[in-house]
Design a protein around this ligand. Structure first.
Ligand code: NOJ
Length: 551
């Protein structure tokens, strides 16, 4: 293992955990989660094996887009605490070896932001140019991101008689990134949070930053932000939300120069994963992995199964999307925006623990860095009574008591109702799972330990191995750090597979099981035969006698 390299580029082998303060843990019993609550749960996260917290927006907000509508980029929403409480979280996390990143939402502000209030007060106000104004709606105007809520991206402002741009809700005017003053402000905001101890940002809505304006070169903007970040702290990351085809994502990494975003979510791989799950056929995912660009050493894919938004299926064909809808969101009410699903994974898989575990085993074994959304580690479900994307943003379920241990406030005062029914706290909670060695939480802890001890997953080269069975994905990762093979059965039927070890891994190697007892031996031609149970998942470390690792 290259100890020096892995230490420097911490994000290559990180475990990122995304949470929303307001639904995580309420310390002062007012029904809203807060920084003090989180500070008291840092040990839980450390025990799980999390190495990087991603805090969703915690800034002052009117709360019309769950905090992605910001009125002060430097502030802390008073419902969540104040800067002192945030610093306590940063300090505690640092003490447990955990980094913290936060959302950087600079495509837009809230319409209640003082800049916008100024900007819309008159056409000559000095802040007018902080936003994008037009006399007429341009002919080639794109469709709005929230098509069920907004019918366009240009909103007429009665007072100043011009239209302003809003790619998202009309209460989220887009900032004018062609204006150097706006760019300076963004750099200052980043500088501020880095001084407080953040290790980088999840950059919201990257492709929208271009505003369809030829004067805005997003790549140039990202290059300058990345340079600035590197000058200030050498090891901070920009993790971009870029839901685009791989070729365009590669450009947002800065291509070979690797001088733009450090990491990006693999939206394409995630969508093909669901197609594979729906079909019980590993090939759609394998195809995505084959197409996925190989990145420069300092860049990384962020793999994920679910996030706080809809499970978008916009990169699938209409027919493929329909297949996934029928498998996992059979009722219209489980879908949103005609392109996504507002559910969490376990209910989509009918709560089948074998199936759920297979998916997370895959998540932690695919080359890249895994990102978990809070509650995934205990198998939380959704609350479809909540509107739109809020279905998956319910309070964390800590124990089986009132409000799932999230808060001692009266239930009707909670920021969001706790998930009811079969996936509610009586059945799904962290306290019970902590003492149960067979729980999903215990499984996550083990996966994370094995993932952290297998740096090749973050650093190594991927080889897809022909398993001879469409339902079974066999992939190898290998590099100077080590070599391993992962086998995943997408089928509800047992499968027999036989495959050849790839170059550099054979022929007669000893394969050590990392998730269960036992060894597997490759024959003298380097072939491996395995009998797999339904939804089986195996991690096999390839030994050549020279490996100093425990397993
Ligand atoms: C992307 C975020 O993930 C989403 O939750 C939000 O609504 C939009 N950006 C607008 O900020």
């Amino acid at each position: 293992m290259r100890l020096t390299d892995t230490g420097d580029l911490w994000w290559k082998t990180a475990v990122v955990y995304c949470l929303d303060l307001e639904t995580f843990m309420d310390f002062n019993d007012d029904g809203v989660g807060d920084f003090e609550g989180l500070a008291h749960r840092v040990d839980y996260l450390a025990e799980l094996g999390v190495t990087c917290l991603w805090l969703m927006p915690f800034y002052p907000t009117p709360g019309r887009d769950d905090g992605y509508d910001i009125i002060d980029f430097y502030g802390v929403d008073p419902r969540l605490g104040h800067h002192g409480d945030l610093v306590e979280v940063l300090r505690t996390a640092k003490d447990r070896g955990m980094r913290v990143i936060a959302d950087l939402v600079v495509n837009h502000t809230s319409d209640q932001h003082p800049w916008f209030k100024q900007a819309r007060s008159s056409r000559t106000n000095p802040y007018r140019d902080f936003y994008v104004w037009r006399d007429e709606i341009p002919k080639d105007a794109p469709t709005n991101v929230f098509p069920d809520q907004e019918d366009g991206v240009w909103q007429y402002d009665e007072k100043t008689e011009q239209y302003y741009l809003h790619n998202f809700y009309r209460h989220q005017p887009d900032l004018n990134l062609a204006n150097p003053k706006v760019r300076d402000e963004i750099a200052k905001v980043m500088g501020f949070w880095m001084e407080l101890g953040l290790s980088g940002f999840r950059v919201d809505a990257v492709p929208f930053l271009d505003q369809s304006d030829p004067n805005v070169d997003v790549h140039e903007l990202l290059r300058s932000l990345r340079k600035y970040l590197t000058r200030r702290t050498g090891d901070a990351v920009l993790l971009g939300e870029v839901n685009l085809p791989y070729a365009e994502q590669y450009a947002y990494f800065g291509g070979e120069a690797a001088d733009e975003l450090t990491m990006q979510f693999d939206f394409v791989g995630m969508q093909r994963l669901y197609l594979s799950l729906a079909r019980q056929d590993a090939r759609p995912l394998a195809e995505a992995l084959r197409e996925r660009p190989v990145l420069a050493q300092e860049n990384q894919w962020a793999n994920f199964v679910r996030n706080h938004d809809e499970l978008t299926l916009d990169k699938l064909s209409d027919a493929e999307r329909q297949e996934v809808f029928e498998a996992f969101a059979p009722d219209e009410g489980m879908r949103v925006f005609d392109r996504g699903i507002r559910r969490r994974l376990p209910p989509m898989l009918a709560g089948d623990p074998r199936h759920v575990r297979m998916v997370y085993s895959l998540l932690f074994s695919l080359p890249g860095t895994p990102v978990i959304f809070y509650g995934e580690e205990i198998g939380m479900g959704e609350n479809l009574d909540q509107a739109g994307r809020l279905a998956v943003r319910t309070p964390m379920q800590w124990n089986s008591g009132a409000n799932g241990g999230f808060s001692r406030a009266r239930a009707r005062r909670l920021v969001a109702p706790v998930t009811p029914d079969g996936f509610g706290p009586a059945h799904v909670n962290a306290a019970d799972q902590r003492t149960d060695p067979d729980s999903l939480l215990a499984f996550f802890e083990k996966l994370i330990r094995r993932y952290r001890a297998s740096a090749e997953i973050g650093w190594g080269e991927l080889t897809l191995i022909d398993s001879g069975v469409d339902a079974v994905l066999v992939h190898a990762v290998q590099g100077a750090e080590g070599r391993m093979i992962a086998v995943h059965n997408f089928s509800s039927d047992p499968q027999e597979v036989e495959f050849a070890l790839p170059d550099g891994m054979g022929p007669s190697s000893e394969l050590v099981e990392l998730l269960r007892d036992g060894d597997v031996v490759a024959d003298d031609r380097g072939r491996v035969a395995l009998a797999l149970d339904a939804f089986d998942h195996r991690w096999l470390r390839v030994h050549d006698g020279d490996d100093k690792r425990l397993s």
